[in-house]
Design a protein around this ligand. Structure first.
Ligand code: ADP
Ligand code: MG
Length: 566
């Protein structure tokens, strides 16, 4: 007897389904990319597990993905011979949303706010994109290594519930069948499907097969009426893109590969593809996105997907943490190492010398790439800085060795800049320093307006000295280790002495003498609360301001620390 169970989706799944079906309508074709990429992931996972247990692969054919369609039944089917899922895995992976990022995303949307397609695309709706074109989705799946009777059938109309029942399946892996909604018949077409496979999945490293159409397109247009056992042909290139020579890869192929990695609809800003030969050989293909992906926007520390580690073309794991420092977490791509043992574990990777070298090379390449962008493509670079400038600033704290290189790439708001926009580089600043000016001056505050309106700036304005306006949360942390740039110290405007010429010094001494009785009085009144009261050249319009001794913490930082409970 078969027992069919009906279960409800998690509340979040219902929400995602709603969002997806409403927001992705103009990008509906991506369902095919998402389902093929899941099938490819499943093949990757099986190949990896089979390293430890080769019997998992035995007897049931090569790793591959079959895409077919049936005009009469109005279905599209994507079948893989990958790892498959057991019942609990189906419930956990397809009935719920595991990613905490997705949860935060939904919370951030609030009740009436609508997510636009771009946002949704950035976090990768994955499996649920099937419901953009289908009103019923059936999944048949059996985990590799399990007997035929251990299969599972999952079915849903994508509204609130799904059903689960046991199934007997001859073949390991997963078959996803989409029953198309009315009006989606354009996808029941061999040409169309083939074109989509080419466009989005050409580089998938496993063969994607489609039924051969034996010149039938001309015969009578009834190409879907395939024989019982259709003849299959491979529709994609099936080579791992990064293993091909650069000169043979078009920009479009690079961009399509990028999109399949990062769940991003948008083009990458730029990329770098390199092969290192030598005692240790490896290939890197690294991309800079053009806009912040979902996880970064959400400040998510836990979702570091997007840099995949392969060993001789076998996918090992998402290894962004092992391959890149945290401040470069926006990078997407692939690293393929020749010389690591296939059965490496995460623990081994963390202390592996070879991996250290690869990591070093990745950091260098990424910084090269950002530098190149800043030199050659100012507009793209400006967009990149808007998206990732603050992330990059973390590198000043995190990566001593590259501090100067990173500092060169940063952009700030300044009293000689373009308002709030962060466009001024430290080189710009140093290049227009006033004569006799020996420091890079900055002010910190918790907003641009507060920084730009600080009374501390008066004297600097009066002397034509530029001041950097720092108002991002990360700035105070960054300024701790960023003591100097190009041999010039960075100084807070509230600290130390202003650069004065001789005449000014004389004038100030005179003023100090005249004000001596007043200073005594104020000191008496303020008592312990201040260390000193002085006549200052800092001010032109305001009567007084608070200044800091050289060793004191900036007030803004002091407050941040208090807030952090330090
Ligand atoms: P993602 O691929 O980003 O994890 P998806 O929504 O695309 O998110 O898929 C959710 C999960 O469902 C996958 O992580 C995987 O565990 C499982 N899954 C989906 N499709 C397949 C498949 N063809 N074979 C095996 N597992 C699958
Ligand atoms: Mg997926």
């Amino acid at each position: 007897t078969t027992t069919t169970e009906t279960r409800k989706f998690e509340a979040e799944v219902a929400q995602v389904l709603h969002l997806v079906t409403h927001s992705l309508y103009s990008h509906k074709e991506i369902f095919l990319r998402e389902l093929i990429s899941n099938a490819s992931d499943a093949c990757d996972k099986l190949r990896f597990e089979a390293i430890a247990d080769p019997s998992l692969l035995s007897g049931e054919g090569e790793l591959r993905i079959d895409v077919s369609w049936d005009k009469e039944a109005r279905t599209i089917t994507i079948a893989d011979t990958g790892i498959g899922m057991g019942r609990d895995e189906v419930v956990a992976n397809i009935g719920s949303i595991a990613s905490s990022g997705t949860r935060r995303f939904l919370e951030s949307l609030g009740s009436e706010q609508r997510a636009d397609a771009r946002l949704i695309g950035q976090f990768g709706v994955g499996f649920y994109s099937a419901f953009v074109v289908a009103d019923r989705v059936t999944v048949l799946t059996r985990r590799a290594g399990e007997p035929a009777g251990a299969g599972v059938k999952w079915e849903s109309d994508g509204r609130g519930e799904y059903t689960l029942e046991p199934a007997t399946l001859d073949q390991r892996g997963t078959t996803v069948s989409l029953h198309l909604k009315d009006g989606e018949d354009e996808f029941l077409d061999g040409w169309k499907l083939r074109a989509l496979v080419r466009k989005y999945s050409d580089h998938v490293a496993f063969p994607i097969r489609m039924p051969k159409e034996a010149g039938s397109a001309q015969e009578d247009g009834d190409e879907a009426k395939a024989d019982d056992a259709p003849e299959w042909e491979t529709a994609n290139d099936a080579s791992a893109l990064w293993t091909r020579p650069k000169s043979e890869i078009s920009d479009e192929e690079y961009q399509n590969f990028y999109k399949s990695l990062g769940h991003d609809f948008n083009d990458a800003a730029t990329w770098s593809h390199n092969r290192v030969e030598g005692s240790q050989s490896f290939t890197t293909l690294l991309y800079l996105p053009s806009q912040p992906p979902f996880d970064l926007m959400m400040g998510g520390r836990d979702e570091r997907k997007g840099l995949k580690l392969y060993i001789r073309r076998v996918f090992i794991m998402d290894a962004a943490e092992e391959l890149l420092p945290h401040y470069l977490r926006f990078v997407r791509g692939v690293v393929d190492a020749d010389d690591l043992p296939l059965n490496v574990s995460r623990e081994i990777l963390q202390h592996n010398r070879q991996l250290e070298r690869i990591r070093g090379a990745c950091v260098k390449r990424v910084l090269d790439l950002v530098e190149k962008l800043s030199r050659d493509e100012p507009e793209k670079f400006a967009a990149f800085i808007r998206a990732f400038g603050n992330t990059l600033k973390e590198g000043i704290v995190e990566d001593h060795a590259n501090r100067e290189r990173i500092a060169k790439l940063l952009r700030f708001a300044s009293t000689k800049g373009e308002g709030e926009a962060q466009t001024v580089s430290l080189d710009d600043y140093v290049g227009r320093m006033a004569e006799g000016q020996d420091a890079i001056w900055y002010v910190t505050a918790d907003g641009y307006r507060a920084a730009a309106g600080s009374p501390q700036l008066e004297a600097f304005r009066a002397r034509g000295i530029e001041v950097l306006l720092m108002s991002d949360r990360i700035d105070e942390w960054m300024l701790g280790p960023l003591r100097e740039y190009a041999g010039k110290p960075l100084r807070h405007v509230a600290k130390g002495e202003l650069p004065l010429d001789e005449a000014e010094k004389a004038k100030q001494a005179e003023a100090a003498q005249a004000a001596a009785p007043l200073l005594e009085r104020i000191k008496g009144l303020l008592g312990e609360r201040v260390e000193d009261v002085r006549v200052s050249a800092r001010l032109t319009d305001s009567p007084a301001c608070l200044a800091l001794a050289e060793y004191e913490m900036a007030p803004h930082l002091a407050r941040l620390l208090r807030e952090a409970g330090q």
